[in-house]
Design a protein around this ligand. Structure first.
Ligand code: NI
Length: 136
């Protein structure tokens, strides 16, 4: 029997969306206010979902205490109250869109989980805008 276990988390971070190969005008046309050179912030809501077989002895897919700790160490400590462009090495040359942040989160967590577990990242950049990534 398979089940999905999810854990919610949260971080605040600043970013600027732009493509360094484009003019300011083109960046403005594509990214609008998100191209503000002085950055702006979001209250990101994160849902980390782990799918796998329910262990017969524990009744768990994954111990949520382990999942909680993993998210705190790998994601919250790295991203919370940070400027993603300037302080998070993964975004040095990667535009910190919600899509790319979800991919980076996936890539940080996946190697820390049992290889048999499937991982899906849901990242809310605003209450209405969110992206999902599960490794394709
Ligand atoms: Ni933004």
């Amino acid at each position: 029997m398979k089940a999905t276990v999810s854990r919610k988390a949260h971080f605040n971070a600043a970013h600027r969306l732009f493509n360094k190969n484009w003019s300011f005008e083109k960046n403005d046309a594509v990214f609008g206010k998100c191209n503000n050179p002085n950055y702006h912030g979001h209250n990101y809501e994160l849902i980390v979902s782990v799918t796998g077989e329910i262990n017969e002895e524990t009744g768990f897919v994954i111990d949520v205490a382990i999942l909680k700790e993993l998210i705190e160490v790998e994601i919250e400590a790295a991203f919370d109250h940070k400027n993603l462009n300037l302080e998070v090495p993964e975004f040095e040359s990667l535009n910190p869109t919600a899509e790319n942040i979800a991919v980076v989160i996936y890539n940080k967590l996946k190697p820390k989980l049992d290889a048999a577990l499937e991982l899906e990242i849901t990242l809310y950049e605003t209450p209405r805008n969110f992206v999902r990534y599960s490794g394709d």
